[in-house]
Design a protein around this ligand. Sequence first.
Ligand SMILES: Nc1ncnc2c1ncn2[C@@H]1O[C@H](COP(=O)(O)OP(=O)(O)OP(=O)(O)O)[C@@H](O)[C@H]1O
Length: 765
Amino acid sequence: MLEQFLSAKRKLIELNDVQRQAVSHIEGPLLLLASPGSGKTTTMIMRLGYMLSCCNVSSDRVIAVSFSKASAADMGRRYAQLFPELPQVKFSTIHSLAYDIVRTQLQLERRSYRMIDGFESEQGEHETQSALQHEGMAEANISKHQLLRTLFEQVNGTQPKEEQMEELKTYISYVKNKQLPVEQWDTASCSIRHAAQIAQLYEQKKEHGYSELLLDFDDMLVYAEQFLSKHESLRQRYKSRYDYVVSDESQDTSLVQHRILRWLVEDHLNLCVVADDDQSIYSWRGAEPAYLLAFQQHYPSAKILYMEQNYRSSRTIVEVANQFIKRNRHRYEKSMFTENEHAQPIVVKHHAHIQEEIAELVQQLKHVEKLEETAVLYRNHSSSLLLMHELDKQGIPFYMKDADDRFFKHWIVEDILNFMRLSYTDRRFELFEKVMFKMNVYVTKQQILELKSKHTDQSLFQLLLEETTLKSYQIERIQEAKAHIDHLKSMTPKEAIHKIRHDLGYDKCLDQIAERLGFQKERLLLVLNNVEVIAEGLSTLEQFAGRLKDLEKLQHQARRRSQQKPAVTLSTLHSAKGLEFDTVFMIDLAAAVIPSRQELSKPELIEEAARLFYVGLTRARKRLELHSVANWQGSKSQPSIFVEEVQRIINPVDASVPEHLHVAGKVTVKSGLAGKGTGQADKADSNRLAAEQQWRQSGESLLTASELGIGMNVEHLHFGKGIIEHLEQDKLSIVFEQYGTKTIAASVVLQRGLLRLRTEATILT
Ligand SMILES: Nc1ncnc2c1ncn2[C@@H]1O[C@H](COP(=O)(O)OP(=O)(O)OP(=O)(O)O)[C@@H](O)[C@H]1O
């Protein structure tokens, strides 16, 4: 039967062995672990076709669930193309399915409810939510954002900044998707003061604060699961609705989502889960890759199949990406391979600074054959800004997958503009009030407020100096500040920003804000850095304000630009998942960017960052370039450790050279693991890599700096036994039995898992 079915479609696609097994395994739980580009969507669709045409399965007894609306729609479209003769199957998002369950139960209880808005995230959900709005769900005018804002102010006594609101929303999504009991909410990390308390108040308010029950996007999942577990009749209703459930993109699925699916298949266990645990990049909002790793505990009769053949990328790329991801410990051991040919070598480049990186990138883009088959990927939205600025100047069209206008609305950008505005007029009280507290003039709120009643249309600086009782140091400061501000309008924007930051004390003010409100200073500096680059080369403050407006407009347009027209795609690594391009440039790969400083402190976060990096590597079909910068946010920076790892894979270094000397210059590295022949050196390299992997996987490697101590007996994978002699910041000195004292970079050693503890002591001679 299977052969007959497959041969009918042979002209369109010839499945490989594992794909065939997956297609024919219809009954019972199945976990399909798929590498990138391994044809998981193709296989899923063939499986559905086989079920319907050969296994007497009725189309309305099957549901295929995806995480994002885009992927549900893509599956539906591809199914219709491959099986135009078969009836349509239900391709649903998990939220849509959950909403159906919640609505049914609330209607049974005759309980009225309303949806509140406020779900923002990287991809898909926007669309999902708007689809729900079309269904008439979002008739509410109470907003999640406003509600949270009010509660934040109530609890903390200050107004939240936009990035704090975002962090708060992510935090709430996280604890709900993880189904953490309320008592444990304060154990989840969040830099917002009293986040757990705000979250609890928010939940109470939604449930009891209004005449109707308020539901946000996460509530659809939370309530669906709760209702299924509580109400036997509801459970029966949904359990008997579908005989077969398929879950795609399951690495992005949170605990609550897994549980909903579990209820649905409780009786028949006909659940097919397709996932790539190596592409799980949403644990920060509650995705649960650990659930996949424990799939067989949840479904003991589960069959697990590995789809490891990549049909997308060149062998050059597949081999490097495969080797790279093996650095992670918490994963299903898969070995991605391909029968595709080798293509261009992977290129790794280190630039002195961002401007140099962007200039080179733009030059390359000018000569790319198919812009629509080219992507520039970066970790943070902020990286797109200067790129966009330069692409526009050079007339290169671009499309933005996930444009984010937060920069243009950022309070720092607004502050800088306000300083500049004040230079033109110091007669607007609201403006004066905002700026006075952002520089080092030490006036009190009371003193400024007193001015308000006295002010008509005169200079506020004058009024302040003449009508307020001031201390002599205040007078001096105010006079100085006034002179600086007056001067701004005759300066270039670049000079003006320098003056604002250093002479007017804005940088110091940022330090205080960062400390008081718990912001990461680097993020604030990144915004300022971008402001400065945009100001570069402009002559007047008006031009600067105009340029910001133009860029904002441009970004809006880039989001709408048709993907079919020749235009390079700019995207974050997160939003690039599921996409593929002939050529991929990954940029801004500096040490503090990926993994970030915060991630470096926890092994599981480093692994997540590595998965994100892997998603980037595996988007490229033929050509892949990795670009890093030696100066990040005004400070010297090493390349990302992941770039170094890729370099070591491509071009293994002699193990006898200490790690801290493995500094890559500006190089174009030729890749070719398989093309290198089988010489002695190659063999030694692959043995060394295998040994590194084995150590990491054994769980014995030391992973964090906190595990290191002076006098500790350790063993280094390459240098053998020794004692830690000295540790200062990243410099780790070890006295080795065979090699004497070596000073190596702690971060590199820990990253690669090259060090482990020894119980027996070293005898040093
Ligand atoms: N057996 C096969 N023989 C030849 N080509 C195949 C086969 N299976 C899949 N492909 C091709 O591989 C490409 C990737 O397939 P598909 O989009 O289904 O992969 P995927 O695993 O869903 O990708 P992603 O990594 O984006 O999730 C497609 O062009 C598809 O036609």
